[in-house]
Design a protein around this ligand. Structure first.
Ligand code: ADP
Length: 187
């Protein structure tokens, strides 16, 4: 099973992806998590990524694509994977296609978590208080949402055209949303 989960910042992608990946027995690959781990370790990749993340901008495609290519080439991804936060640009969609094509693989399904914007802003501000993620300030949140709707929301059209997109209501209790995603994936 090769899956992608999309949705605006604060939609609960990370929370859901973690649980769904365990259920499906595939690795959960979150580009945001990988970037943050690199920031914490102070690696050159982390230093570079941090400049963009702290402003709510996307890390350049060249950097992100190389990182994902490396991760997907690892052995645990052979049976499948759940990509969370990638692809986010058309260039990333094309690059991912090429990474998979090399092994005659393709994406099986794309889940789009839908939420209302007021709710996501409230969630992100709450998370800021609890976890202190440096890109969860009101101003950066606004920019992240803008970038999402500008650059990433259009990708749903691409995956709809390929017949891969499934929209899942991301509002409500966490286990309810998980149930909806699993139903959508196995349908
Ligand atoms: P969120 O979905 O809430 O923005 P993530 O943890 O998925 O949170 O991403 C945090 C940040 O990491 C993004 O704002 C961006 O700077 C960077 N990032 C993550 N994935 C990508 C990607 N595919 N392309 C470019 N930048 C990315």
């Amino acid at each position: 099973m090769r899956l992608v989960i999309m949705g605006p910042p604060g939609a609960g992608k990370g929370t859901q992806a973690q649980v769904v990946a365990v259920e499906l027995g595939v690795p959960h690959i979150s580009t945001g998590d990988i970037f943050r781990a690199n920031v914490d370790r102070g690696t050159p990749l982390g230093e570079e990524a941090q400049r963009y993340m702290s402003a709510g901008e996307y890390v350049p495609d060249s950097i992100t694509n190389a990182m994902v290519r490396d991760r997907l080439s690892q052995e645990d991804c052979t049976p499948g994977f759940l990509l969370d936060g990638y692809p986010r640009t058309l260039e990333q969609v094309n690059e991912l296609d090429m990474m998979l094509l090399a092994d005659e693989h393709r994406i099986d399904r794309v889940i789009e978590l839908t939420v209302d914007t007021d709710a996501v802003v409230a969630r992100l501000l709450k998370r800021a208080e609890e976890q202190g993620r440096s890109d969860d300030t009101a101003e950066v949140i606004r920019r992240r949402l803008e970038v999402y709707f500008d650059q990433t929301a259009p990708l749903t059209a691409v995956y709809t055209q390929r017949g891969l997109l499934v929209r899942v209501d991301g509002m409500g209790a966490v286990p309810d949303v998980t149930g909806r995603i699993l139903a959508a994936v196995t349908a």
